[in-house]
Design a protein. Sequence first.
Length: 386
Amino acid sequence: MYRAPPPRSTNSLRVAIDARYVREKPSGIGAYVHALVDRLPDLARSDHFFFWAHPLAPRPLSHAANTSALTIRAGPTSPWPLVWPQCYASFTDVDVFHSPHNTMPRGLPCASVVTVHDVMAIERPDLHLQGLERVAKRVYFRQAIWRALRQATRLVAQSKATADRICMLLPEAAARLTVIWSAPDACFRPPEDLAAAKERSACLSGAQSPYLLVIGANMPSKRHDLAIAAFANAVPRPWRLVLVQHRKARDGLVRLANRLQVADRIVWLDTVAREDLVTLIQAAGGLIQPSIYEGFGLPVLEAMACGCPVVASDIAALREITAGAALLFPAGDLDGLASALRDFVRSTGLRQSLGEQGLSRARDFSWDHCARETLKVYRDAAARRP
């Protein structure tokens, strides 16, 4: 329900946040925005937070008295709010507008903060989108990211790796840029009862034999094909590979599994409840993250927070997040991943050590810290506004 903001008090801040990634289906950006929506109102009770809400988002987005929300029918990647933002929401008395998903609308009449998760659409458009979506977005989406890099009052990068890429593209952005890490939600933690977690995961995956886990959409940047090929090459029975992803995106992977004669050892899970995803991670022998491009790598951090050991590509963002607490292999290298997996499944000691190191490393990441630092960025952006 919409609540009109109260009369402005001295020194109070009014922040509009595009929260349209908070909706019925999970995503990394959605987790980030949801964490801010949950925490910011309590951190700044004298300020008011105005949320742009997706039609499918749970209501209310926040129970805090210093919040209000407006449903925006267009999705978060639609071009129309980017081109005509003031046709969708009023900016009267808004001090700061926060776009938490890479892009910046045109003609904002207030200070702006944009969170940049990655610059793949600029650096590697071949990896970013596919098919008709790529054709539709290749112009306006890249323009909206460049607009953010050039014009946003303040920029937030989710990793130093992404901040470095931004500065390579636009060195003058460095003065407006702050690195603020994301974090795992509290539900991602070691199991209280490992035996019970394994029993539940056996129900979900169809067998009690050990498995390696791959999580997320089958996008070109994720290289899930590499995980299947390396698994076929190096991982013996009774190990299985469990992929959590939507069925429509994996036809090529099914054909690959059939060709490599490992289809009977691969489990495909379309959609699982959040608590079941946590259980799958807790009970897994390990998580494989074979990406060739990442801005952060939230599934890696969530796995580490559960004590699940990780095998990941040796790319800047994943090196930064894991900080020595994962088994890394050269990005895109089939033989390198196969060798890593061969060592990984053979050594219980290696998996246990990596799990312990990852759990310790995950404690360095906090949504509370993320929200506090983001609030500082809002205040700085408002102060910079003429």
